[in-house]
Design a protein around this ligand. Structure first.
Ligand SMILES: Nc1ncnc2c1ncn2[C@@H]1O[C@H](COP(=O)(O)OP(=O)(O)OP(=O)(O)O)[C@@H](O)[C@H]1O
Ligand SMILES: [Mg+2]
Length: 608
């Protein structure tokens, strides 16, 4: 068949197929045009979820009369001039395709007025051809009405969802546009009334207006800059999550976009706090030099590429991690340390009497005031009962401290310890699993397993991150055979794997020799593990190690359903005393609940 150049009405329809998928894509393109025109207020109204009509009104610059028609020509844009401009895009649009694409599959009316012009002008188009034009009275800005979307492409209509399905697409899209432009006032409404509004007073206000109060209460503010990348916005607490990713919004240089480096940075931070298929809420606003960003990846510009994805990963990772860790530290129940209180306590306590002394010896105190040499103790990190012949490390270190700092005698130290211990009280244990404590006018229920497991995990992780994991050389090196494409992957990952304690060296053309593995992996089929790391299914090798650490922490920590003696509870309290009561276990389950007196009074309807 002869080759011909397609008519513009044909290729506009083709590119409409890429850019205009459904009402929400029309809304996105029109709102982005309004933002590019410098609008500070944008009003979106829908009829039948936008299937019948979408109207977008803005107070931006407007379009000159002579440009009105040009705007609907393919590849007509006011935003770039040359190919070089593609390297530094500062506007949302630049392809000059949206309006001709939308117009080719609908009926459009565009009304616009610039500051300089006395009157506004309008243009009506049907399937891309102008049907009417004229003069109209209006304020500065542009109003564009798109009706009967896909009226001339019945195949497209069939792929649309129900009106309520399309409406939720539009809502999701507008929500993101609002978060991307928090200084612009928005209104979204349909024939039933107002759906969203935001007053343009900043991101916090926009989020409060759109997300539920519950979400807002669980968001942490972010502000972090690293190697020219500035990350601001909000990320949820380690204990808060949703069941899908719709609450993860990333705005890059003002554009709502997705990017793999960002998504994986988010999941890397939260993997140690949330269970699988639980997703945090994140609204990230990332700014980066436009030259480091390629937005011209896809016609809808929904995805961007960075010239250095690792830099972006690192900036996002640290921005969120810092905020989340700070929050966890703040929420950890830190039992008052002796060091801080020592001076005041000394002044308060009267000399101890013999009677008191015998009382405290049998009391459920945190510190072992009586000699404990014969009492079998419990190592909570191993869940095996072991003979313990010495007082706990914390008790000893605090005693040392007191002796040194205040030149206390042994008996003064004893008094001091008892006084501080009585700042909180162990009520007991229920169901062999939960410890009940009273501390600082609060009633605390601790999951004994979750709390210890977390502390254990943090320790293992810290050792691992410092590179202090112990590695076992294999007596008989294991030979790992790989395919040519796997060979390349292994070569790439050799350094990363070595830092995890997995040492591989090339061995012939199609295999590697495995020389050592970290202790925590030694009971696994390591070659299967490496095959898994090489497969597409694998999360990063780091994730695998973390999971192993969590598993190791879980196995070696005191279990639920284990009845403890008072001494064992006291010993466990020493652990919390020293390290703080963690917020949650490595799998994301909560480690404690706190009730105030007021909470209980409410429960018993003493107050309302
Ligand atoms: N609301 C508006 N206010 C002012 N000018 C507008 C508005 N909408 C469109 N225009 C003008 O019409 C031109 C064409 O718009 P269109 O959306 O088709 O292309 P673009 O925004 O330049 O690129 P892209 O296809 O990437 O969106 C724009 O470059 C702009 O000059
Ligand atoms: Mg545009």
């Amino acid at each position: 068949m002869k080759i011909i150049k397609l008519d513009s009405s044909v290729y506009n329809k083709i590119s409409a197929g890429e850019v205009v998928e459904r009402p929400s894509s029309v809304v996105k393109e029109l709102v982005e045009n309004a933002i590019d025109a410098g609008a500070t207020a944008v009003e979106i109204s829908l009829v039948n979820a936008g299937l019948d009509e979408i109207k977008v009104l803005d107070n931006g610059s407007g379009i000159d009369e002579e440009d009105l028609k040009t705007a609907f020509l393919p590849h007509a844009t006011s935003k770039i001039r040359s190919a070089e401009d593609l390297n530094e895009i500062n506007t949302l649009g630049f392809r000059g395709e949206a309006l001709p694409s939308i117009a080719s599959v609908s009926m459009v009316e565009m009304r616009s007025k610039t500051q300089a012009s006395e009157m506004g002008h309008f243009l009506k188009l049907r399937a891309g051809s102008v049907t009417e034009e004229g003069v109209t009275a209006m304020n500065r800005g542009t109003e564009i009405t798109v009706s009967n979307l896909f009226f001339n492409t019945p195949a497209r209509l069939k792929f649309l969802k129900t009106p309520s399905g399309e409406l939720s697409e539009v809502k999701a899209c507008v929500m993101k546009l609002i978060f991307a432009n928090p200084r612009v006032a928005f209104r979204l409404s349909d024939e039933k009334g107002l759906i969203y509004s935001s007053d343009g007073k900043g991101l916090g206000e926009a989020i409060k207006g759109i997300f539920s109060e519950d979400i807002w209460q669980n968001l942490l503010p972010l502000d972090f800059e690293k190697s020219g990348i500035h990350v601001t916005g909000y990320a949820s607490r380690s204990t808060f999550f949703k069941m899908n990713r719709t609450y993860q919004i990333s705005v890059i240089n003002g554009r709502v976009s997705e990017n793999q480096s960002i998504t994986s940075a988010i999941s890397t931070v939260y993997q140690q706090y949330l269970m699988k298929r639980n997703y945090p809420v994140t609204v990230l606003n990332i700014t980066i030099a436009p030259s480091e960003l390629d937005v011209n990846v896809h016609p809808t510009k929904a995805e961007v590429r960075f010239s250095d994805g690792n830099k972006v990963f690192s900036a996002v990772y640290h921005a969120i991690k810092n905020a989340v860790e700070k929050d966890i530290e703040e929420r950890k129940i830190l039992f008052d340390t002796l060091q801080d209180d020592a001076e005041q306590v000394v002044e308060r306590i009267p000399p101890i009497t013999a009677e008191q002394d015998s009382f405290t010896a049998s009391n459920h105190l945190i510190f072992d005031s009586a000699p404990r040499k014969e009492i079998p103790s419990f190592d909570f990190f191993t869940s095996h009962t072991e003979e313990m012949h010495e007082e706990s490390e914390i008790t000893r270190s605090v005693k040392e401290h007191l002796k040194k700092k205040y030149s206390f005698s042994e008996s003064e130290v004893q008094q001091e310890m008892q006084e501080t211990a009585s700042l909180y009280r162990v009520i007991g244990q229920v169901f062999g699993t939960y410890l009940l404590l009273e501390y600082n006018e609060k009633f605390i229920i601790v999951d004994q397993h979750a709390a210890v497991e977390r502390l254990r995990y943090d320790k293992l992780l810290a050792a691992y991150e410092k590179g202090a994991i112990s590695v076992q050389p294999l007596l008989i090196p294991h030979v790992l055979e790989v395919t040519p494409s796997e060979y390349a992957i292994v070569e790439n990952k050799i350094d990363a794997l070595r830092s995890l304690g997995i040492e591989l060296v090339p061995f012939g053309a199609d295999s590697f020799k495995l020389q050592s593995v970290p202790d925590i992996l030694s009971d696994m089929d390591v070659s299967a593990l490496i095959k898994y790391i090489l497969s597409d299914r694998a999360e990063s090798e780091d994730t695998i190690i973390r999971e192993r650490l969590a598993y190791a922490a879980c196995r070696s920590s005191i279990k639920g359903n284990t009845y403890l003696t008072d001494d064992q509870i006291a010993e466990l309290m020493n652990v919390y005393f020293k390290q703080g009561l963690p917020v949650q276990c490595p799998h994301g389950r909560p480690a404690y609940y706190v009730y105030t007196k007021r909470d209980l009074e409410k429960l018993f309807k003493r107050i309302v």
